[in-house]
Structure formats: C-alpha cells, structure tokens
Design a protein around this ligand. Structure first.
Ligand code: HEM
Length: 583
C-alpha cells in the first residue's frame, strides 16, 4: 500500500515536472529570446508578438515594414540590430552598413550564409529555377551556366531590345490616348505600368504571342469604346481638373492575373515561419492550381509554336525560351536522344524569369515616374540631355529608334535612373540565414538565424552609423580606400542625380556607375541575374516617355506612401501628363 502510494506520488511528480518543463520550453519558444549585446526594442522583448504590434501600428499610419526595418539602425545608433517577428520566430538580425552587407554578399555567401527560408519560399513554386537553390547546392552552378548566355550584350541588344521597344511604343500609344481623353486631369498609372512590365518581361522570356500583350489590348479596347461612344469616350471626368479620371476598366489577361496569384503566394510564404508547409497547403487551392496551369500552358503553346522553325533552322531565336529550346535540341542531337522540352529544369527558369522580373521592374518604373513628377527640373534636364544624345531624332522630330537608344546613352538619364534606384530601392532588403554560428560586426550570431541585409538605408540613402574598423572581417578591411563607402559627405538623403556624373577630359558630363555605393541589384554570386535586362528596359521606356510627355503631379497626390509586396512601390501613382508635340 505504502509502496503503491509512493510510486503514485512519483508518477504525479514526474508528470508535473515534465509539464512545467514543457510550459517553460513553450514560453521560451514563444517569447523573444534576444541575442547577447545586439541592440533591440526592450518593450518588444517582453511581448509574445515581439515587434509586430509596433510594426502594425507603424504601417497603419502609412509606413511600410521595409522602412521600419531600415529605421532600426538610427534608432539604436548601431549598424547591427535585432528584431522579434512573433511567436516561434527566433530573433532576426538586421545589418545596415554598405561595406558589411557588400562583404557578406560578395565573400561570405555559401560560406557563413545560406539562402535558407528563401529557397523554401521559391521551391514551393518553381523548384528547378536557381532562386530556389542554395549557392552550394549541386544544381546551382549548372543552372546559372545554362542561363548565362541569355544576358549577353548580343542577345540583349539584338533580341530583347527591339521587343521591349515595341511594347514601350504600345504604352506611348495608350498614354497618348488617355492624356487626350483626360484633357489635363490626372489619372492612376499603376495598372498600366504593371501591364507594361509584364508585357516587357513576357516578350523577353517567351514572346508575346499573337494577342500582342496587355498594353496593346487595353489600348485597342479603349479606342474601340471611344469610337463607339463618342459622347462618353471611356472616361469619367472628375469635377475639377485635379481630380483623377478613371477609364473603362479592361480586365487583365489571364496570364497576368495568374502571375499575380503566384507573386502573392511567394510574398505570403516569406512571412511564414515554415514556408514549405505553407506552400504544401497553398498549392492545393484551386486558384493557385489554375494560375500555374495557365502559365505552364502558355509556355507549352509558345514551345509548340517555336519548335518547327527552330528545328529546321528557319527561325532565329526571338526570346529566352527559344535559346533554351535550341540548346536542348542541340544537346539531344549530340546525345542521340529525344529532346525533353517538358522538363521542369527547362520550364522553371523561364517561369522564374517572369516572377523575378515583373514586380521588380514595375516597382522601379513607378519610382522613376514618381521622381520625374516630384523633380521637374531634373525631368527637363533628362529631356534636354536626350535631345543632345539623339540629335538626328530631335532634328527630324521623331522618336529615337531602338538602334539609336542602344548605341548612345544619355548620361543624365542613366544618372537619373541610378539615383532613383539608390533613393527608392525597390528591394529594400534581402533575407539570408547563417549556416552555422558565426560573427557579424563583432557579434556572435547562432546558426539558422535570419539576417536582413539592407540594400538601402544607413550609408546608402541615409547617413551611415559608425562601425569600428576592428569589428570588420579581413575581407571587408581590404576595401578599396579610394572608393566611397557611404554618401555621408554628399547629403545622402537628397535626390541628386548629378552625384553619378563627372566631367571627362573634354568637360563633357559622363555617367559614372562607380561614383559611390549602391546595392539596388544586390551583389556577389546571388546578385540580380537580370540586372542588364532590367536596366535595358528602364532605359528604353524612360527615354521614350520623357521624350514624348511632360509629367507632373498635383499637390493633393504628392505623398511618399509606400506599399510592400514582393518589392516596395509607391502606394498611389496619380499623375498628369501632357503630350509633347514635335511637328
Ligand atoms: C529592374 C529592376 C530589378 C531589380 C531592382 C532587381 C533586383 C534584384 C535583387 C535585389 C535581387 C537579389 C535578391 C536576393 O538576393 O534574394 C535579384 C535577384 C534576381 N533577379 Fe532581379 N531585379 C530587377 C530586374 C530583374 C529582371 C528584369 C529579371 C529577369 C530576368 C531579374 C531576375 C532575377 C533573378 C533570376 C534573381 C535571382 C538570382 C539568384 O537567386 O541567384 N531581375 N534581383
């Protein structure tokens, strides 16, 4: 009896201890657990939700998650800080210093850092595209090599540029019509820019097909409506000329709608503690399945269309997909096998082209136009520089041709683009993870910690935060002393495109991309693979737009509210445009 009682007590005591240990571990897991000696918000460390309530309040007041993250360095006067992103998230580290971020991206990727969660996020959508691979993984190098020749100047200039130029001309046509219909009133351009960027990236990736893209379709539908309804030509004019005009809503193509579904899934997966689990469930949703089917069917239809010509040599490659097919046909012929054109290793990189290239170029363009309207003097300077760079086009009162645009660059246009990318960096930070316990700026960071590397903020578009040289790694200490490591002496917060210009030996201004730090396209092995295509697209479309229109904004719509999706972009882009007549 006595024995039975004591064993009963033992069981109860053990259960209680185990229960308390479980509660203790659970609390440890849900409450933030700060990393030693790295500054943080002390109030957040006492909440299960960590910094989330503060971030929610900040975004409710018009701020964005990314700008909150960027603000932490100055808040704590430290280039390394930590944040708590809610229960089950370990403390995450933020690094805000150009030299340190550049060093991590250029020298420590795949050594001390991995992509981690990012790979999981991409893998749920396109497992065989290289954003879904670790740099040290077995397939990364081969995938990059396969994609390498798609970004050579010869492919970009001969194949991509003419197609982007065509799409840009459709945008000009659309805006010429809209500006006439709006008679001086402003209108929202966000959707037009999203459609243009989609058309541009689709045309570079796999061709637009017989329909010719969303921008052309929208233009045709508006023109048809205006013809058929001359008294109500597709437009609701506001009561006063500074009220925005809305046009007939032309639905997006199913392809663009499908891509937006994929982008949204990707965005959400980045916010989840377990992106793989999220995708596992999300991929069962009918809308996600339908979106994937739509895009894959389109790629398949483009392959079917291109195959005969590429097989008999009567078709020259016209897009990235054609090059990929051609390479596979040649490999199959050499290895005496049937070409594997439905292979996801071939299709996923093309799909990845769309996901990585659409939102980023759309966000960049919105920021560029936003800067044009808020800096009218710079806008005039860019226009003047274009007229000097393309004198024949100016003399003949016509648009510069695509050949002219490729051959000569306007230094002021390049400087304007570079300065916008510095000030309004669309991808404000990227997240990596530590592979093992390591040291950043003198602080120990455990393995598997999320680390946000800021591509803007302190030292890039804000004053830098002091860093002791002794805290830097050897690879960072060999930084070229002649090169700038911040913009502290040049008013980093001001928009000054001229910081990217210098005079050549004949006192002619030339664009200098190395004038100072910029990380808009990231750096190192995992820097933007599509950077050259991105610049090409921005240069072509901006040159044609500034040549053809004068843009401005009414005070009412002039604010800097930002929206965060995969990239940051202006929340509203309601502007006025006036056609420039050259005849
Ligand atoms: C024009 C605006 C663009 C900006 C601002 C931009 C920015 C970036 C940044 C910051 C990264 C690094 C992301 C990371 O490390 O996680 C990146 C990666 C990437 N970008 Fe871009 N990008 C642009 C356009 C494009 C275009 C047009 C393409 C199309 C081909 C493209 C394809 C890619 C790919 C495939 C990656 C992943 C590289 C990798 O994982 O190794 N980007 N981009």
């Amino acid at each position: 009896m006595h024995l039975a009682n004591s064993s009963h007590i033992l069981v109860v005591a053990t259960t209680a201890v185990l229960f308390l240990a479980f509660i203790y571990l659970f609390i440890q897991r849900v409450y933030p657990c700060p990393l030693a000696n790295i500054p943080y918000n002390h109030a957040a460390a006492k909440r299960i939700l960590g910094d989330i309530p503060e971030i929610a309040e900040y975004t409710r007041k018009g701020g964005s998650f990314r700008s909150w993250v960027l603000g932490q360095a100055h808040r704590h006067n430290s280039a390394i800080t930590q944040v708590f992103l809610g229960p089950f998230f370990k403390a995450a580290v933020i690094v805000s210093d150009y030299r340190e971020v550049n060093d991590i991206l250029s020298h420590r990727d795949a050594v001390d850092f991995k992509r981690g969660v990012k790979v999981d996020a991409f893998r749920g959508i396109l497992p065989y595209a290289f954003p879904a691979m670790e740099t040290f993984g077995p397939d990364f190098r081969t995938s990059r090599i396969l994609a390498r020749d798609l970004m050579t100047p010869s492919v970009l200039h001969a194949v991509n540029a003419p197609r982007i130029y065509d799409v840009a001309c459709h945008l000009l046509e659309l805006w010429r019509m809209k500006s006439r219909l709006a008679v001086g009133s402003p209108f929202d351009i966000s959707n037009d820019i999203s459609e243009f960027s989609f058309d541009a990236i689709v045309s570079a990736a796999m061709g637009l097909g017989p329909q010719g893209g969303d921008t052309k379709h929208q233009h045709e539908q508006l023109a048809k409506h205006a013809r058929e309804n001359p008294s109500n030509p597709s437009v609701n004019v506001g009561l006063a000329s500074d009220l925005p005009v809305s046009f007939l809503a032309v639905p997006r193509s199913t392809k663009l709608a499908a891509l937006c579904v994929e982008e949204e899934s990707l965005r959400k997966s980045f916010l989840m503690p377990w992106p793989r689990l999220f995708h596992l469930l999300n991929n069962l949703r009918p809308s996600v399945l339908a979106a994937r089917r739509t895009l894959r069917q389109y790629i398949a239809s483009q392959i079917a269309q291109a195959l005969p010509g590429l097989s008999d040599g009567s078709r020259n490659p016209q897009c990235a997909l054609d090059f990929v097919i051609q390479r596979e046909l040649r490999a199959a012929a050499t290895e005496a096998r049937i070409p594997k054109l439905a292979n996801p290793r071939i299709l996923d990189p093309i799909y990845g082209y769309l996901i990585a290239g659409h939102d980023t170029s759309s966000g960049s363009l919105l920021w560029l136009i936003r800067r044009l309207v808020t800096h009218p003097v710079e806008q005039d300077r860019v226009r003047e520089s274009l007229r000097v760079t393309y004198p024949e086009a100016w003399r003949e009162r016509r648009l510069p041709t695509v050949t002219e645009l490729i051959k000569a660059h306007s230094p002021h246009l390049d400087a304007f683009i570079e300065e916008t990318m510095r000030c309004d960096t669309p991808v404000a930070n990227i997240m990596v993870m530590t592979r093992h316990d390591t040291v950043v700026l003198g602080h120990r960071i455990p393995g598997d910690t999320r680390v946000f590397l800021n591509l803007t903020g302190a030292s890039l578009n804000q004053p830098s935060v002091p860093v002791a040289e002794v805290d830097r790694r050897a690879t960072s200490r060999v930084h070229n002393a002649a090169a700038r490591e911040n913009w502290d002496s040049e008013a980093p917060e001001e928009f000054r495109p001229e910081r990217w210009l210098r005079d050549d030996s004949e006192s002619i201004p030339v664009f200098d991309a190395a004038a100072g730090p910029g990380l808009a396209f990231s750096a190192g092995n995992r820097g933007c693979w599509g950077k050259r295509l991105g610049y090409l697209e921005l240069r072509i479309v901006l040159a044609l737009l500034v040549w053809s229109f004068k843009f401005d904004i009414s005070d009412k719509f002039s604010n800097w509210e930002t929206v965060d999706s995969l990239v940051s972009a202006p929340k509203h882009c309601i502007i006025r445009m006036k056609e420039i007549w050259y005849k």
